[in-house]
Design a protein around this ligand. Structure first.
Ligand code: SAH
Ligand code: CA
Length: 243
C-alpha cells in the first residue's frame, strides 16, 4: 500500500476535524470565523446534540456557515431537506427562509428530531417546517405526482442515505427550479473516495464509498448542472440547475 493511501486511511479515523490536515487548523477556523458568528439557536441545537451517540452525523458548523451564506444569496422560499437528524441544518434553513417560506423536511427517525425541536420552537420558526417522518424517496415521488410541484423549489439539501443520492438527484432535478441549488453533503466520504482500493476503509464505510465515487462521477458529467465540490467538512457538492 502506498504511503499516501495509508495516510488517507489514518485520516478517516479522525473525522472530527473534517478533511483538514490538523485538529488545530480546524479549531482555528471554528474559533476564529465560525463560532463567533454562529446564531444562538444553532449553538443551542449543537450543544443539545453533542451528547447523542451519533452527534458526529450533524452538519458541522463550518459547513452550516457555508450553507447559510448560499441560502442568503438565493433567498429561497421553498426548500427540501433530506436527512434531518436533530435539526442543525434544518434550523439554519428555517432561519434563512422568509416568514411565509416552507421547508419539507424528511427523515424516518423522528426521535432525533425531538431533541432539536424545542430549540426550533423557541427560535419561532417551526411554522415554516413541514416535517415528514418517512424515507425520502416515496415522499419525493408523491410530490412529483402533482405537476404544480415541478420547478417549485428553490433549494434542496441532501444529507442522508448515500445509496439513494442519484435517485434523489433525478427527482430533485424536476422539483428544484432552473437556477435553484441542490447541496449534497459527505461527497468526499472521509477522504476514502481517493483511496486506490477499499482495503484500508472501515467495513461500515465501504458501501457508501462506492456510492459516493459513482455519485461524484455522475454529477461531474451531468450537463444540467453547474457544480463545485468544496473540501469543507466531509465534502460538500453545490449544484446549480442550469436547465
Ligand atoms: N442534516 C442533519 C444530519 C443528517 S444525518 C444535521 O444537520 O444534523 C443523516 C440522517 O439521515 C439521519 O437522521 C437518518 O435518520 C436519515 N436518513 C436515513 N435514511 C434516510 C432516508 N431513506 N430518507 C431520509 N432520511 C434518511
Ligand atoms: Ca452529513
Amino acid at each position: 500500500m502506498e504511503e499516501a493511501a495509508k495516510l488517507a486511511a489514518e485520516k478517516i479515523s479522525q473525522a472530527s476535524k473534517g478533511l483538514l490536515q490538523t485538529e488545530e487548523l480546524y479549531n482555528y477556523i471554528l474559533e476564529t470565523s465560525v463560532y463567533p458568528r454562529e446564531p444562538e439557536p444553532l449553538k443551542e441545537i449543537r450543544i443539545a446534540t453533542a451528547s447523542h451517540p451519533l452527534a458526529l452525523m450533524a452538519t458541522a458548523p463550518d459547513g452550516g456557515q457555508l450553507m447559510a451564506l448560499l441560502l442568503n444569496l438565493i433567498n429561497p422560499k421553498k426548500t427540501i431537506e433530506i436527512g434531518v437528524f436533530t435539526g442543525y441544518s434544518l434550523l439554519l434553513t428555517a432561519l434563512a427562509v422568509p416568514a411565509d417560506g416552507k421547508i419539507i423536511a424528511i427523515d424516518p427517525n423522528r426521535a432525533a428530531y425531538e431533541i432539536g425541536l424545542p430549540v426550533i420552537k423557541k427560535a419561532g420558526v417551526e411554522h415554516k417546517i413541514d416535517y415528514i417522518e418517512s424515507p425520502a424517496l416515496p415522499v419525493l415521488d408523491k410530490l412529483l405526482e402533482d405537476k404544480t410541484n415541478e420547478g417549485s423549489f428553490d433549494f434542496a439539501y441532501v444529507d442522508a442515505d448515500k445509496g439513494n443520492y442519484w435517485n434523489y438527484h433525478e427527482r430533485l432535478m424536476k422539483l428544484v427550479r432552473t437556477g435553484g441549488l441542490i447541496i449534497y453533503d459527505n461527497t468526499l466520504w472521509g477522504g476514502t473516495v481517493a483511496l486506490p482500493d477499499d482495503s484500508l476503509v472501515p467495513d461500515d464505510m465501504k458501501e457508501s464509498r462506492v456510492h459516493t465515487i459513482k455519485l461524484n462521477k455522475s454529477l461531474a458529467s451531468d450537463p444540467r448542472i453547474q457544480i463545485c465540490q468544496i473540501p469543507l467538512a466531509d465534502g460538500v457538492t453545490v449544484c446549480r440547475r442550469l436547465y
